[in-house]
Design a protein around this ligand. Structure first.
Ligand code: IMP
Ligand code: MG
Length: 180
């Protein structure tokens, strides 16, 4: 990690503890049910990989979707476009959508409505991070790692212009990096 460009917000050790707690909570809520875990690429892939191995005793299936929101900028465009759709049908399934961060809520609001329209039995949202101050619609996560202030954050799957995703900690990106 280049500590000139970022400041650590949640360490790898803190993240591990929080993800295990979320996994236990989800396992208890879905005990005895089949669950489709739907990761939103690319940001969610690291969180999802850790989370699914902490949801013990639930029969899980995995799928992915990719949508565009930000491009290379640090501001949401408000437009949601499906770049890669699920491989499987969600009809009659309990779906848990896993996302890295919820900001305006436009992305997850759109995905939730789409899944319900396609006949999902239930749709819940699991986000590692939430920026509640930025919300533009009625979307709240059912499972949340941490609520954060309005900083631009990277690492643990989150990027800025496709950089920093592999950083093991959640970090605040110093503004000079994206304002230059
Ligand atoms: P929303 O539709 O505004 O809720 O946007 C959510 C998406 O924006 C997330 O999936 C991220 O890809 C991206 N995003 C929002 N805030 C951040 C951030 O602080 N760092 C990195 N990506 C972010
Ligand atoms: Mg994303």
């Amino acid at each position: 990690m280049n500590l000139n460009e970022v400041e650590i917000l949640y360490s790898q050790a803190q993240i591990e503890v929080r993800v295990a707690e979320l996994g236990r909570q989800i396992a208890a809520d879905y005990a005895g049910k089949d669950l489709l875990v739907l990761g939103i690429l690319k940001g969610a892939f690291i969180f999802m990989a850790d989370l699914i191995r902490k949801i013990e005793g639930v029969n899980l299936q995995l799928d992915f979707m990719s949508v565009s929101s930000y491009g290379a900028s640090s501001q949401s465009s408000g437009e949601v476009r499906i770049l890669k759709d699920l491989d499987s049908s969600v009809e009659g399934k309990h779906v848990l959508v896993v996302e890295d961060i919820i900001d305006t809520g436009l992305t997850l609001g759109y995905i939730r409505e789409l899944l319900l329209k396609r006949g999902a039995l239930s749709v819940k949202l699991c986000c590692f991070l939430d920026k509640p101050s930025r919300r533009k619609g009625p979307v709240t996560p059912d499972y949340l790692g941490y609520a954060v202030e309005d900083h631009f954050v990277v690492g643990y799957g989150l990027d800025y212009a496709e950089r920093y995703r592999y950083y093991p900690a959640v970090c605040i990106l110093k503004p000079w990096v994206y304002e230059k």
